[in-house]
Design a protein around this ligand. Structure first.
Ligand code: ZN
Ligand code: ZN
Length: 271
């Protein structure tokens, strides 16, 4: 399945290019898990966004795949969001119109309103036609650069004090600090602690709004083989205290039910 997804320069939704994509429910059928997508931007409307784009003209700027889709709990309009995986940005824009001809095939019945749809199913030939305008070498170089940038990004949740082995620490925190996975995990699970319910924004106010640690649930025995992360099942938000307790012992990472039991048991003791 192949689909074009439009990214607007200005959006009411908290979209994150290459991580999260929000859309109205009517597009759900075009965005099934595993769908190959091409990112598209329409013509520039607000000049101040010019510097963030590869071109002011309508263009394609990346390929990716749909991970999973979820109902957006924040939305009152029954909207959805998708996690984006395998994001590869182009180095140069692929213009929507090549030699005065559009790369997408516009059915006669849609001549007047085709571009109004932000999400558009395309056939395999159109997909490959658009991709053929991108130099393959440039794409793969970009991918490497993108991933190392993400990991290098200075994410300031210090996990340094945990008494974990070096290897474990590096492996786990690579995922826990990765901004893309963080955003996906928070969109799916929210930003309250999954063990004790603590919410930084509620407790400290606006200054701490949205702050939370993301914990990678992974049995120590499986750490040797990195696998594709599923933010729904592999990642969970924890407050800084619960996260520290979960990682307290070198040879064991507490599961979420285990730390919940600790909390329930100790609060009972106090009564
Ligand atoms: Zn907690
Ligand atoms: Zn953790």
């Amino acid at each position: 399945m192949y689909t074009i997804i439009t990214e607007n320069d200005e959006s009411a939704w908290a979209d994150e290019t290459g991580a999260l994509y929000h859309f109205p429910k009517r597009y759900l059928k075009f965005l099934e898990p595993g769908t190959n997508v091409i990112y598209y931007k329409g013509g520039l409307k607000n000049k101040s966004f010019s510097k963030n784009r590869l071109s002011d003209a309508p263009h394609y700027f990346a390929i990716a795949k749909i991970g999973k889709t979820y109902p957006d709990k924040e939305s009152s309009k029954n909207d959805f969001f998708a996690t984006i995986i395998d994001f590869i940005p182009f180095e140069e824009a692929v213009l929507a119109k090549d030699n005065s001809k559009y790369l997408e095939t516009i059915p006669d019945s849609r001549k007047t309103n085709y571009w109004r749809d932000g999400v558009r199913a395309i056939d395999e030939d159109t997909y490959h036609l658009i991709i053929s305008k991108v130099s393959p070498n440039k794409v793969s170089e970009q991918k490497t650069a993108y991933i190392s940038d993400e990991i290098a990004e200075n994410y300031q949740d210090s996990l340094e004090s945990f008494s974990e082995g070096k290897k474990l620490k590096r492996y786990v925190t690579t995922y826990e600090r990765n901004p893309r996975y963080r955003k996906q995990a928070i969109a799916i699970h929210g930003n309250s602690c999954a063990a004790c319910g603590f919410n930084f924004g509620n407790f400290y106010g606006e200054y701490a709004e949205g702050f939370i640690h993301i914990h990678h649930i992974v049995p120590v025995s499986e750490l040797e083989t990195p696998k594709e992360i599923d933010p729904e099942t592999d990642l969970i938000p924890l407050c800084a205290n619960c996260h520290s307790v979960v990682h307290r012992k070198k040879d064991k990472t507490l599961s979420i039910p285990e730390i919940k039991n600790l909390i329930a048991y100790s609060s009972k003791q106090k009564v």
